[in-house]
Design a protein around this ligand. Structure first.
Ligand SMILES: [Zn+2]
Length: 470
């Protein structure tokens, strides 16, 4: 601690201000400790248990009243006792029984109450010290943040977040038909595959080291219920079988929803101009079960109906699929960033709904302005049996990923959606952004926010880049 020399008291120097600040921090710390000490002593006194100073079985180490005898033999003023000594040990031992009141029974071990004071003290002291350290003791030039950025080796050494191929999931669109590999207009570099061609693409994904794909289906026919979604010979069901035949080790995740299969484009059944929640859940459970029967590893309900994870978990359990994981789109927002995907999956709500509550998906997907609701959605999905939870989209919702990561132990997936993908692609194509560093920075930010899994159309791109770096 820097003290002021009386020889140089001229004006209020910076170090003087620091000194005063430091002193006031110490005083505040002492005050808090004094209050805490009084509080715990009061608790001990009113407590009926063994902590009671004037009752029961315990005595202080100086005897009942803690008084000392002076030289004259007169009892001096009672010395104030505290329940705990400075090292956090209790000063009390068991009193001897049977009439020997006031005597300490030394055959008994010193009673050790867990004392919260040293803990509080160390926390406060540590925080105070840290602040003092930061503010007063160490500053420029002792601290130069650029030392740890001086070259690539040191930057690598202190890097906190590293994007790897293990973090990635690649989305694939499967369309009814044969021999298809059609470019998707709204999404550069993405294709519609048929169930027979998708397996080759999946094999390429696996060869890049990407651990998983997620499948979306575009059926040959749509109806109000979306019944092709759970057909045994549905596009996704066929695709799962083909992929598992060629690359059994590649994880297959399947999107479970109705919007690609319903003629009205909504994620649920419509009844009286509303989405019927519970009836939809029953159908979603059928879809998930049909995917499990086809051999999927993970089902991923994306509809945002209440209770659908429970319905799906029950259906899987009842049919013996105990090890099929559920990755729930737990916090899925009614986002404008899905635009290119709706083209790719041909799943936009029908234009017939203009002017009604069903013109968009806002009655089931989340309001982008809310984050508390996201925590509630995630907690409910975990309680219903979700193994992995998802936040979608990713980049405009990094705060949600971060909050979820701090609060839940369940792995978090983030969906780097089509709008995020195409924004970056468009900017790169027009020469505004340097493509690869921009991709790396975008995906790293998602991981830094707390995502364990990143679903991204950049997955193949990034995987090849990482492979080339090795
Ligand atoms: Zn949907």
């Amino acid at each position: 601690m820097k003290t002021l020399s009386p020889a140089q008291p001229k004006k209020r120097t910076q170090s003087q201000a620091h000194f005063q600040k430091e002193e006031s921090a110490r005083k505040a710390c002492q005050q808090v400790l004094a209050i805490a000490n009084r509080f715990f002593e009061a608790v001990a006194r009113i407590n009926d248990g063994p902590l009671g100073e004037n009752r029961g079985d315990f005595v202080g180490k100086r005897g009942k009243n803690g008084g000392n005898r002076g030289k004259s033999g007169e009892k001096t003023a009672r010395k104030k006792k505290t329940l705990w000594n400075s090292s956090g040990l209790c000063n009390y031992r068991l009193r001897k029984k049977n009439g020997q009141s006031g005597r300490v029974d030394r055959s008994q071990p010193r009673f050790r109450f867990p004392c919260p004071l040293p803990i509080i003290h160390s926390i406060l002291a540590c925080q105070t010290e840290q602040n003092i350290h930061r503010e007063f003791k160490m500053a420029f030039p002792q601290i130069r943040m650029r030392r740890l950025r001086a070259n690539s080796a040191i930057r690598r050494l202190v890097r906190q977040t590293t994007l790897t191929v293990d973090d990635l999931v690649y989305p694939l669109f499967v369309k009814a038909g044969e021999g298809l590999k059609q470019p998707i207009k709204s999404m550069t570099g993405c294709f519609h595959f048929s169930p027979d061609t998708v397996a080759a693409e999946a094999a390429e994904v696996a060869s890049l080291g990407i651990p998983a794909v997620i499948l979306f289906g575009l059926p040959k026919a749509k109806d109000p219920k979306g019944s092709r979604a759970w057909a045994e010979d549905g596009v996704v069901q066929l695709a799962i079988r083909e992929i598992k035949k060629q690359t059994p080790d590649l994880l297959v995740i399947t999107d479970v929803c109705l919007c690609e299969y319903t003629d009205h484009g909504h994620c649920g059944l419509i009844k009286d101009g509303q989405i019927d929640n519970d009836a939809t859940c029953e159908l979603l459970a059928k879809v998930a079960l049909s995917h499990a029967q086809a051999g999927t590893d993970i089902v991923a309900p994306s509809d945002m109906m209440d209770g659908r994870v429970k319905y799906i978990r029950e259906a899987l359990e009842q049919n013996g699929f105990h090890n099929i994981a559920i990755m729930s789109y737990a916090a899925k927002y009614a986002s404008a960033f899905y635009g290119p995907f709706r083209d790719a999956a041909e799943s936009a709500p029908s234009a017939d709904f203009q002017g009604t509550a069903l013109k968009d998906r806002k009655t089931y997907q989340m309001d982008p302005a809310n984050s508390d609701q996201a925590m509630a959605e995630i907690a409910l999905d975990i309680a219903e049996g979700a193994d992995i939870i998802m936040v979608k989209p990713a980049i405009p919702y990094l705060d949600i990923i971060c909050r979820a990561n701090q609060r839940f132990d369940t792995p978090i997936a983030a969906y780097n959606v089509s709008g995020e993908y195409m924004m970056l692609n468009s900017a790169a194509d027009s020469g505004l952004l340097n493509r690869q560093p921009a991709i790396a920075e975008m995906l790293t930010s998602i991981k830094r926010a707390g995502a364990d899994i990143i679903i991204t159309y950049f997955a193949k791109d990034v995987a090849s880049q990482l492979k080339n770096q090795k």
